[in-house]
Design a protein around this ligand. Structure first.
Ligand code: HEM
Length: 151
C-alpha cells in the first residue's frame, strides 16, 4: 500500500496502535509499560489517540498530566536519555513505515521536542536542546505558527 500523510483520526489510530505494538515488543522499553507501570491498554490507547489528535489537529480534547505521569516512573525504573532516544527511534520509524508528508514530518518534530522536555523535567535537568537561544530555524517557524493559530 502506498503511504499517505496523516490526515485525521483514522491515521492517528493506526499510528498509535502500531507504535505501541512496536514499543511493547522492544527489549529496552516493553517491560516499562507492561511490567513496571502495568498499563491498562484499553484506557491508555484512547488517551493517546486524543493526545496526538490534539497535538496535530487541536481537536482531540486531550487533558492529562504527562509530566506527572512520567515523573512517577523515574522512581520505579530508568527514564534517562537512553530510554527517551529509543522511544523516539521507534516513534520515528513507525511514522516512516506508515506515512509520508507534512503532518508526518511535523508529528516527528513535535515528538522529539516533547521527549526533550519530558526527559529534562522529570530528571531535573536543564533542557539545552530547548534553550530559546538555541532553537533551530524549523522550531522558530513552527512556534511562530502556533502563536498565530492560537490568536
Ligand atoms: C522512555 C520513554 C517513555 C516511556 C517509558 C513512557 C511510558 C509511559 C507510561 C507507562 C505511561 C502511562 C502512565 C500512566 O497512565 O500512569 C505514559 C503515558 C503517557 N505518555 Fe509516555 N513514555 C515515554 C515517553 C513519552 C514521550 C516522549 C511522550 C510525548 C511525546 C509521551 C507521552 C505520553 C502521554 C501523553 C501519556 C498520557 C499522560 C496522561 O494520561 O496524562 N511519553 N507513558
Amino acid at each position: 500500500m502506498s503511504r499517505t500523510d496523516i490526515l485525521g483520526r483514522d491515521e492517528i489510530v493506526r499510528l498509535v496502535d502500531r507504535f505501541y505494538e512496536n514499543v511493547r515488543s522492544d527489549e529496552k522499553l516493553g517491560f516499562i509499560f507492561d511490567k513496571v507501570a502495568g498499563v491498562d491498554w484499553d484506557a491508555h490507547l484512547p488517551r493517546m489517540y486524543a493526545f496526538w489528535q490534539t497535538v496535530l489537529f487541536r481537536d482531540g480534547g486531550f487533558r492529562g498530566d504527562p509530566i506527572g505521569k512520567h515523573a512517577r516512573l523515574v522512581l520505579l525504573t530508568m527514564m534517562g536519555r537512553e530510554q527517551f532516544d529509543r522511544w523516539l527511534e521507534i516513534f520515528e520509524s513507525t511514522v516512516d513505515e506508515l506515512f509520508v508528508g507534512e503532518n508526518a514530518t511535523h508529528i516527528k518534530a513535535c515528538a522529539a521536542d516533547m521527549a526533550n522536555v519530558i526527559h529534562s523535567k522529570i530528571n531535573g535537568l536543564p533542557n539545552e536542546k530547548f534553550d530559546p537561544a538555541k532553537l533551530s530555524d524549523e522550531q522558530r517557524a513552527r512556534y511562530a505558527a502556533y502563536r498565530k493559530s492560537a490568536d
